[in-house]
Ligand binder design. Structure first.
Ligand code: DX5
Ligand code: ZN
Length: 224
């Protein structure tokens, strides 16, 4: 079985309560919160207040994806806000090992994300320390972009690295995920699908969430 993490980036902020409830009732395993600072990516979104607000709406774990220039400075606030998993970008961390240790010391699971053009082997030295690697399958910054096909090759490479080292690390894939691309990334080795537009951009949010949940449920991968 694999897992589904709807991204509230594509939700209607005026219907956030309803949208979170709908995905929680229709198979979501995490709520994915995209944090953008206008520097690391050309867009601005949410701070720790959003994680806190979501925690009041649901018991589902909140997965905070920090697309920011200095993630180390924000870990304490996102942990205090109730994030279960904090993912930082490899490209944003001069001292990645220190940042990963800090996330864990603050009681959260630690993820590291790779932009499309960043090679998987940059994580070789640290893979045993990670709870999750997030393969970006679009250039981060916006929802609703098209899936980049060469991401599949990176998922295969990451899966081989994780299995070769017997590391307890999950593979999350984010960007352009729908029922077609979702099946491909699961076959390549993904454990968690992030989906924004395919769920919250649909006329029937509940049904779109269930459709994606169906493909993650069918998948026979690892469990956490
Ligand atoms: C992109 C974000 C994604 C985004 C995915 O920078 O990290 O989580 O919400 O959106 P879709 O599924 O619409 O590509
Ligand atoms: Zn994301």
């Amino acid at each position: 079985m694999a897992y589904l993490a709807p991204s509230i980036l594509s939700a209607d902020v005026l219907k956030l309560r309803e949208h979170v409830q709908t995905v929680a009732d229709n198979g979501a395993d995490y709520i994915h919160v995209d944090v953008m600072d206008g520097h690391f990516v050309p867009n601005l979104t949410f701070g720790p207040f959003m994680v806190q607000a979501i925690r009041r709406l649901t018991d589902l774990p909140v997965d905070a994806h920090l697309m920011v220039t200095n993630p180390n400075a924000l870990i304490v606030d996102f942990a205090a806000a109730g994030a279960s998993l904090i993912t930082v970008h490899q490209e944003a961390c001069n001292h990645l090992d220190r940042v990963v240790q800090s996330i864990k010391q603050h009681g959260c699971r630690a993820g590291v994300s790779l932009n499309p053009a960043t090679p998987v082997n940059t994580l070789e030295p640290i893979i045993e320390s990670l709870d999750l690697v997030l393969i970006m399958s679009v250039n981060p910054g916006f929802g609703g972009q098209s899936f980049i096909d060469y991401s599949l090759h990176k998922i295969h490479q990451l899966k081989a690295l994780i299995e070769g080292r017997q590391a307890p690390c999950l593979i999350q894939v984010d960007g352009g995920i729908n029922t077609q691309t979702g099946v491909k990334v699961l076959q390549a080795g993904a454990d968690i699908l992030v989906a924004g537009n395919a769920i919250f951009g649909a006329d029937d949010v509940a049904r779109a969430c269930r459709d994606l949940k169906t493909i993650t449920d069918k998948h026979t991968g690892r469990t956490v």
